[in-house]
Design a protein around this ligand. Sequence first.
Ligand SMILES: Nc1nc2c(c(=O)[nH]1)N[C@H]1C(S)=C(S)[C@@H](COP(=O)(O)O)O[C@H]1N2
Ligand SMILES: [Mo]
Length: 221
Amino acid sequence: MSDDQDPLARHYNSKLVETKERWARDGRGLTGESAAPTRRLPPGQHETADFPVLDLGIQPSVRADTWSLAVGGEVERPLSWTWADFMAQPQVEMTNDIHCVTTWSRYDNHWKGVSARHLLALVRPRPAARFVLLRSYDGYTTNLPLEHFAAEDVMLAHSWEGEPLTPEHGGPVRVVVPKLYFWKSAKWLRAITLMAKDAPGTWELRGYHDVGDPWQEERYR
Ligand SMILES: Nc1nc2c(c(=O)[nH]1)N[C@H]1C(S)=C(S)[C@@H](COP(=O)(O)O)O[C@H]1N2
Ligand SMILES: [Mo]
């Protein structure tokens, strides 16, 4: 992947990135199966009780009092939230499973935060909006179809298991998209852009699937 396609690439830990690029080329973890979404564990995954940390070798320290979130693009009412604005929104709690493309799944994670549907109702997507790009404080980006971001179980989380999200897991605020592989769940969230056209993010540029449905084993492009 060249630096001009992804200007932050030179800051990443290149060993980590190269390993995952190789997995995409080799199809690591692929079983060739697909599973009905009624089956809890997607094909090729195993359950773990730990909560591994995956990043690009950069863990930005983002303080709640200087954090902000900008939401714009194909929306009628762009917005920008401070931490106080974010915490003043209706709070929801959700419990769900997460599935990392590196084959671990973790069941029954309890999150607290603001639902994506609430956010979308405030910004009002224009009819042209079809994709979402999430941008993070470490330079990471990930894209997803708007209908996946608008699913009822998607949220902007600030707590996990009753405690504030730790910095290594993306605090103060991360996205959680339980129905897609966990790389779509951007940590250290900074901005959300609604778009008419799709634009690949950090891993999507490096061989990973554009959508990433674990039950269809959409690991790689
Ligand atoms: N900003 C940012 N978000 C990110 C990543 C990252 O490197 N930077 N890694 C992704 C990947 S590959 C996974 S599997 C999950 C890991 O989240 P965790 O470290 O809380 O387990 O975060 C995703 N979100
Ligand atoms: Mo991942």
